[in-house]
Design a binder for this molecule. Structure first.
Ligand code: MN
Ligand code: MN
Length: 442
C-alpha cells in the first residue's frame, strides 16, 4: 500500500511556524499539546480504559510528553513503536539572582545551558522567554524579543580597533563564560532601581520573585530560508525540534488509521545537559507512562507486563547529526559523512572514538528499517557523526536501549549544530517526517 504524506512546502511551512513559536522546551510542550488536542488526542486521566484507535497523551512538568495511538495488539504483548526526540536546545539561562549593575548599566547575569561556542552568542539580537512563579504560586509568562514591536537584548563585544589583545587569545578563552551577560537597561541615574520599578509595574514581580523563575535567553527572530534556491532553513533549536516536530507530525499520520502495534512519539527535556532530572529521559517518565497505558488495557495489570512491553518495543531515536562541511574537511569521516538533501541520516551507533558510550544498533533492526524506508519511498542516508578522535556525541537512544528494545538513531543532519542559528535542508526536514511516518505506519 502506498503511503500518503504532507507535501514538502506545506510541511516546511508548518515546521517553520512551530520552530518560531516554540523557542523553549515549555513552549514546545504547549505548542505540541495544542496540535495534539486539535487532532483529538486526550490527556490520559480522561481514559478509564484504552482501546484500539484511542488517541492519548501524557505530559509531565510542562516539558515532557508522550503521545500514542493505541494499536490493535495489546501493549503487553507487542510493545510500542516509538519515535523520540528532545525539545530543549542550547541557550543562556538567567541566574537565580540575575540583576547586576556595572559601569552604570544593568545586565542579566547568565549561565550557559548545553554545549555552546561562546563567541557565537556575541552581538546578536536576543530574546527572553520564560516563567516567573510568585510565592503564592501565580505565574507570569515572559516573551520579549520576537514581537514586531519588542525590544531585544544583546551581549556586547570589543571593537576590532581595540581588539589586539583579544585576538591573540584562544577562541574558548577570549570571552569568559561569566561575561556572557545580556545588557537590559542603560539609561538614568539609577538604572537598577529603574529596571526594578519597570518589572514591578509591567509584570507585578519583585526582584525576589526572580529567585523562582526560569528565564531563558535565545536568539531573536524567525526561521528563514537560506540561499537563492531556498533549500536550507536557518532556525534556532533545530536540535532537536526538527526531529521532535517530525515525530509529532508522523504520529498524526499514524493516528488516521488504527495501527496494529501502538504508535507513539516522545518529546523530552534536558537532553543537552545529560538527560537528567524529572523531565529528562533518564527519569521514570517513560516507564511510568507505559505502566499507565497497560493499567488501562489489562484486567489484571502486573509489573512484569510493563517489563515485557519495554523489551518488545522499538524506537527511532529522533535526534540530529552533523552534515559534512567542505570548509572543515578535517573532521569528516570519509565516505561515512552525511550530506545535505539526501534525507534523514541513520547512525548505527553514536558515541566517540572506540565507540565509547555508544548505543550500537543491531544489524537485524537496521535491516528492518531499511525495508520500511524503501517501501515507504523515503530518501535516507547512513553516516556517522565525524572522524574518530575528533569528538563525538550521544542521544537519548542509550537510555531507551537499556530496556532491551531495538533503537536506531535517525534524524536530520545540520550545519552549525548548537549555534544560535542552525542550518537544515528543507528536503531533509520533509524526508525526516516521512521516515518517522513510514516507521509508525509500518
Ligand atoms: Mn540533540
Ligand atoms: Mn544537541
Amino acid at each position: 500500500m502506498k503511503l500518503e504524506y504532507i507535501s514538502k512546502s506545506e510541511y516546511c511551512r508548518r515546521y517553520m511556524r512551530y520552530l518560531g513559536a516554540a523557542k523553549t522546551a515549555r513552549r514546545s510542550y504547549f505548542e505540541s499539546l495544542k496540535l495534539l488536542e486539535s487532532k483529538g488526542f486526550k490527556e490520559i486521566s480522561s481514559f478509564k480504559t484504552l482501546k484500539p484507535g484511542d488517541k492519548v497523551y501524557r505530559g509531565y512538568g510542562d516539558r515532557t510528553i508522550m503521545a500514542a495511538v493505541i494499536g490493535k495488539k495489546k501493549i503487553s504483548e507487542s510493545g510500542i513503536k516509538i519515535v523520540g526526540g528532545h525539545t530543549d536546545a542550547p541557550r543562556l539561562d538567567l541566574k537565580p539572582r540575575p540583576l547586576y549593575e556595572k559601569g552604570g548599566y544593568v545586565y542579566f547575569d547568565c549561565h550557559i545551558y548545553g554545549g555552546i561556542k561562546k563567541y557565537q552568542w556575541l552581538t546578536l539580537p536576543l530574546a527572553l522567554y520564560g516563567t516567573i512563579v510568585r510565592k503564592d504560586g501565580s505565574k507570569v509568562d515572559v516573551a520579549i524579543g520576537d514581537g514586531s514591536d519588542d525590544p531585544v537584548f544583546m551581549i556586547s563585544d570589543i571593537l576590532p580597533h581595540l581588539g589586539k589583545d583579544q585576538e591573540k587569545k584562544k577562541v574558548n578563552e577570549f570571552f569568559p563564560a561569566e561575561d556572557l551577560d545580556v545588557v537590559c537597561w542603560t539609561s538614568g541615574e539609577k538604572p537598577l532601581e529603574a529596571l526594578k520599578a519597570y518589572l514591578k509595574k509591567k509584570y507585578k514581580v519583585s526582584e525576589e520573585d526572580l529567585l523562582s523563575a526560569e528565564l531563558e535567553i535565545v536568539p531573536a527572530g524567525m526561521p528563514r530560508y537560506v540561499g537563492l534556491d531556498e533549500s536550507l532553513i536557518a532556525g534556532y533549536g533545530h536540535d532537536d525540534r526538527v526531529c521532535s516536530f517530525a515525530a509529532l507530525t508522523a504520529l498524526l499520520d499514524a493516528a488516521q488509521k488504527t495501527p496494529e502495534v501502538t504508535a507513539s512519539m516522545l518529546m523530552c527535556d534536558k537532553e543537552e545537559v545529560g538527560s537528567m532530572g524529572a523531565t529528562g529521559m533518564q527519569s521514570s517518565f517513560f516507564e511510568n507512562t507505559v505502566a499507565e497505558f497497560i493499567e488501562r488495557q489489562e484486567k489484571n495489570p502486573r509489573d512484569i507486563m510493563v517489563r515485557r512491553a519495554l523489551e518488545k518495543s522499538s524506537m527511532l531515536s529522533a535526534d540530529v547529526t552533523a552534515i559534512a562541511d567542505p570548509h572543515f574537511p578535517d573532521v569528516d569521516s570519509t565516505g561515512n559523512s552525511a550530506r545535505f538533501h539526501k534525507g534523514p541520516c541513520a547512525s548505527k551507533y553514536t558515541g566517540g572514538a572506540s565507540k565509547g558510550g555508544a548505543s550500537d544498533c543491531s544489524p537485524e533492526f537496521v535491516a528492518k528499517i531499511r525495508k520500511i524506508m524503501d517501501d515507504g519511498g523515503v530518501v535516507w542516508q547512513m553516516a556517522e557523526l565525524g572522524k574518530m578522535e575528533k569528538g563525538g556525541g550521544g542521544t537519548i537512544s542509550q537510555y531507551m536501549a537499556r530496556f532491551g528494545m531495538d533503537v536506531l538513531d535517525m534524524g536530520t543532519g545540520l550545519w552549525n549544530m548548537h549555534a544560535p542559528w542552525e542550518l537544515a535542508s528543507a528536503f531533509d526536514c520533509h524526508e525526516t517526517y516521512k521516515a518517522y511516518s513510514a516507521y509508525l505506519r509500518s
